[in-house]
Design a protein around this ligand. Sequence first.
Ligand code: PEP
Ligand code: MN
Length: 338
Amino acid sequence: MIIVMENGATDAQIDGVVHKIKEFGLDANVSRGTERTVIGAIGDERKLDQEMIDALPGVENSMHIVKPYKIVAREWHKQNTVIDIKGVPLGGNQIQIIGGPCSVETPEQMEDSARFVKEAGCRLMRGGAFKPRTSPYTFQGKGVEGLDLFRKAADKYDLPIVTELMDVRMLDTFLEYDVDVIQIGTRNMQNFDLLKEVGRINKPVILKRGMSATISEWLMSAEYIAAGGNHNIIFCERGIRTYETYYRNVLDVTAVPVLKKETHLPVIIDPSHAGGKAWMVPALSRAAIAAGADGLLVEMHPKPCEAWCDADQALNPDELKALMAELKGIASVIGRSI
Ligand code: PEP
Ligand code: MN
């Protein structure tokens, strides 16, 4: 059972509910979100007297959630959650295209990238300072220096930044650089210790789908973050691994309507790591927006053939601009804006 507290419920009221749950012989998980505190009662729910819980001060309502994921489930939160990223809304009517290079390389590359991303009309920028690479002998990212380069370039154009956290030991550094959105990559979707740690802060988190993860595993990973109190979670489908070798991954567009049904949280698509080739990105992006995605995470490089990482899939600045124009048309047909 989950108990949703009123907006502004006091600590004493929250403690009162926890105390009552324990009196019934169950355990309680308190998830203090920025807007709502949600308390999960863990154990044999038949022992709980729901009417008694509902009558406690500060309780808005309580409900039995059948799904194993609770806080992220749409069951208790019918309306879409809109996440505020430094004033940029994600999950509402306006679709957000997050553009930028695969990795942070040089000050010039970041300055050009930020300018082109802004010129194209994107409101958020991506870029990796810590890169999960298949080979230990390839470029691993600029590290902290990369965060610094990214922050400076993006600030100049007033763009909030999205960047991947691979190691929990870097979390404090990410907070020092005031990273606006923390990306958890496909390879870390089930790194539960990492999920628990980003659950303790309130920065928005983009949770990429594990390349072999089922939808329910993905939802449970998000629940790890939510259980800690961070309800600012954005799901990102980035393609799954199948027997097909023509493209890098298979973009699972089906995941969009399914997640929209199962969760109140925003859902975005990464068409770049799905197709793995720049020429596929426009078609996959169109499909994503038409299917109801709340945004895209797109790789763009000022000079794709010089990119240090994922050169094949990076759009050039003109291609990003053209894509934005095309997507605006699709958005307006489905009653949304970009
Ligand atoms: C990325 O977005 O740079 C990235 C490494 O993506 P993924 O985790 O989906 O492979
Ligand atoms: Mn990449």
